[in-house]
Design a protein around this ligand. Structure first.
Ligand code: 5AD
Ligand code: FES
Length: 351
């Protein structure tokens, strides 16, 4: 797809045209990744964060927030719930920490989860920027995918959204290091950020291509009232929602064989947002399996859904939602990115 076409799609408000784009993205998904949706149960296990991103509700300067960290046992219990429910994989996500106590906590956690589930559960990490040897330790312990959003591929905009000691180049370098170590590498951006243009968004898709990314998790930017960015500009939820869906479709049409998540931020803006994401070309859902008592404290943005639903309720609700649009759920399967196997020549795990 030419960049010119991407811009046309991003700019249009012709719903007939938009529907036809979603339809062809959906067909591309069926052709390259099949009609199965894979689950990654996400455990947001701690909101302690050493960084201070201007858009994020758990940034360290947000003092109005109670900080929490789940224990190993609590996290393992959530992981075992995912295994028992046939989720196939989990995502471990938290604020960013690089201290040795944290690093070895994660290392032990990965080993225990692998052992307790007989290697059944796939583990994706979403723990921010780390040194190469840390990424290696966690990979050796058994994690096989890593998500690190570039947030925006426009370096100037990145700098505008972060304090001076946060580095775009360092983040970019982490993506290369992760790939070299052997992870399946995921990245993504926020969509509809203040000062972001359609040209930036088209460049984001080209960025994913250039960096040979295996998985994408991206979603609309949503304001969080206790952040500096909330003060800067007005926020248009409907516009960001539609742009979020268009970006999924563009990523599918342009990159074809990657995994794309239909993210919670879409659902935060529209009750059927995640289903709409699947219909626009996404093939991954990340049900929140964090214990309810902690969910309120892991608010990256306003209006995060399912804050008071327990994980099993979320599950039956999700099953229905997914079946209602004619998709199947790949229970107990890893559902790894086909792109990863193509670029590495490795064979997928068979169940
Ligand atoms: N709106 C949408 N997404 C956000 N994230 C953080 N803050 C926000 C926000 N206000 C996303 C970032 C981060 C991921 C864990 O959550 O992209 O990488
Ligand atoms: Fe925690 Fe950005 S505020 S990583």
């Amino acid at each position: 797809m030419e960049k010119k076409e991407m811009l046309q799609i991003l700019e249009t408000d012709d719903f007939g045209f938009i529907d036809s784009i979603f339809q062809s993205a959906y067909e591309t998904k069926l052709e390259y990744t099949g009609n199965k949706v894979y689950f990654r149960g996400i455990i947001e296990f701690s909101n302690l964060c050493t960084k201070d991103c201007f858009y994020c509700g758990i940034r360290k300067s947000n003092v109005s927030l109670k900080r929490f960290s789940m224990t190993q046992d609590e996290i393992i219990e959530a992981a075992l719930f995912a295994d028992k429910s046939g989720y196939g994989s989990i995502v471990l996500q938290s604020g960013e920490r690089t201290d040795e106590e944290f690093v070895s906590f994660i290392e032990q956690l990965i080993e225990t989860i692998k052992q307790r589930t007989n290697n059944r559960l796939g583990i994706t990490l979403s723990l921010g920027e780390q040194a190469a040897d840390i990424f290696k330790r966690w990979h050796s312990a058994g994690a096989h995918r890593y998500l690190l959003r570039i947030e925006t591929s426009n370096k100037k905009l990145y700098e505008h959204l972060h304090p001076d000691d946060h580095s775009y180049d360092k983040r970019l370098n982490c993506l290369d290091v992760l790939r070299d170590i052997g992870y399946q590498v995921g990245t993504g951006v926020m969509i509809g950020l203040p000062y972001q243009t359609n040209d930036d968004l088209a460049n984001d898709i080209l960025f994913f291509e250039k960096h040979d990314i295996d998985m994408i998790g991206m979603g609309p930017y949503i304001v969080h009232n206790d952040t500096p960015l909330a003060k800067s500009v007005t926020f248009d939820p409907q516009k960001n929602f539609l742009l979020g869906l268009k970006m999924i479709a563009l990523a599918r049409l342009h990159l074809k064989d990657i995994n794309i998540a239909s993210t919670t931020a879409l659902q935060a803006l529209d009750a059927r947002g995640r289903e709409e994401g699947l219909k626009a070309g996404a093939n991954i859902i990340m049900p929140n399996i964090t214990p309810v008592k902690y969910r309120n404290f892991y608010r990256l943005y306003e209006g995060k859904p399912c804050l008071d639903e327990n994980a099993s309720l979320c599950q039956s609700c999700l099953d229905e939602r997914i079946q209602s649009i004619g998709e199947k759920i790949g229970y107990s399967q890893w559902g790894d990115s086909p792109h990863f196997f193509k670029r590495t020549g490795k064979m997928p795990k068979t169940d």
